[in-house]
Ligand binder design. Structure first.
Ligand SMILES: [Zn+2]
Length: 154
């Protein structure tokens, strides 16, 4: 993985891209989860094509406390997901998926936050406000139910 980045950076300089950082559309570390998101979307009748959606996704150190990731979109229609590298390194896969799916919920599905709780006090959506509010309720048992909710509102 490390070598891949070094190679891309080297190519960036070699081809004279200038002062801009080399454009890595989707970080290889995030690709698997993005593929899963597209698959889950497709199984619910929604076609997600990251290229035509102009999506960039990368790992980066996010200095804002408590922020595991964010989505931003430009006026030109490009969308960018950034996942905090420190969070990523310490999170288990289901937590990584939760954060990436949450940000894709913003960036791709155009969803806002939803903080409703069910009778048990669990968040009903992975689109809740804080990053650690509902980690325990998003697991392999509840996953498909949460994904139904995620893709049902768009
Ligand atoms: Zn959010």
């Amino acid at each position: 993985m490390k070598y891949f980045f070094i190679l891309l950076i080297a190519l960036g300089f070699a081809t004279g891209c200038g002062e801009d950082e080399p454009e890595i559309a989707i970080d290889p570390a995030l690709q698997g989860i993005l593929n899963d998101f597209a698959e889950e979307a497709a199984s619910r009748g929604l076609l997600v094509d990251y290229e035509s959606l102009n999506l960039t996704a990368r790992l980066q150190t996010v200095t804002r406390a408590g922020v595991a990731g964010f989505c931003s979109s430009s006026e030109e229609g490009s969308r960018e997901i950034v996942v905090d590298r420190n969070f990523w390194n310490f999170a288990v896969p289901i937590q990584q998926e939760l954060v990436v799916f949450h940000e894709l919920g913003h960036c791709i599905l155009g969803r806002g936050h939803r903080d409703d709780l069910d009778d048990m006090g669990n968040c009903v959506s992975i689109m809740h406000t804080t990053a650690d509010n509902c980690l325990d309720s998003f697991n392999s048992m509840t996953r498909s139910q949460y994904l139904d909710e995620l893709f049902s509102e768009r």
